[in-house]
Design a protein around this ligand. Structure first.
Ligand SMILES: Cc1cc2nc3c(=O)[nH]c(=O)nc-3n(C[C@H](O)[C@H](O)[C@H](O)COP(=O)(O)O)c2cc1C
Length: 160
């Protein structure tokens, strides 16, 4: 099974999870590149605003086409309770071209299931697995366990 891990990460947390998943599944990684300046307090505020208003910012054209992969695993940071706007842009760019999907998020608090549900709604596909990992889980080392469970859930359905 050909697997692609797609990730947007402003400060590296979601990217670190993406790398662990990609390593374990021997998957390619696509990093979503944003054209918006998200540095500093203004960048923070802009990002929260875009998430709340469901904005679709310009992204650099991705290298891979998700159509070429059996499974695409998409990771986003949680911004203001929702998916990050660059991930929204990615999902809309490739809507209708995904085979199987799984979603993960990282957030300060964890448990943002609504954001992951909205990713499923946008793509009109039910994910094989979904998880939002909190920063305290990542720091305590629990992240490892949560990531393992996420991968096992995918594996149990698809024999990858
Ligand atoms: C604009 C913005 C809004 C955020 N809103 C939330 C939130 O509503 N709930 C939450 O738990 N964490 C929130 N966070 C924290 C991030 O989700 C968390 O730090 C995440 O791990 C960042 O991922 P990254 O390092 O891959 O960018 C927010 C972060 C930013 C930048």
């Amino acid at each position: 099974m050909k697997t692609l891990v797609v990730v947007y990460s402003r400060t590296g947390n979601t990217l670190s999870v993406a790398k662990r998943i990609a390593k374990e599944l021997d998957a390619d990684i696509e990093t979503i590149k944003d054209k918006t300046n998200r540095k500093g307090i203004l960048g923070f505020l802009r990002s929260g605003y875009e998430s709340v208003r469901k904005k679709v910012p310009a992204i650099v054209e991705p290298k891979h086409n998700p159509k070429d992969f059996d499974l695409v695993i998409i990771g986003t940071p949680i911004w203001a309770g929702g998916m990050s706007s660059p991930v929204r842009a990615y999902l809309l760019r490739f809507r209708g071209q995904f085979n199987k999907l799984a979603f993960f998020a990282t957030s300060a608090g964890g448990g943002h299931d609504k954001a992951l549900d909205e990713m499923a709604e946008l793509t009109e596909l039910k994910p094989l697995a979904k998880v939002d990992i909190s920063l305290s889980q990542l720091r305590r080392g629990n992240g490892e366990e949560v990531i393992e469970t996420f991968i096992e859930t995918i594996r149990s359905q698809d024999l990858i």
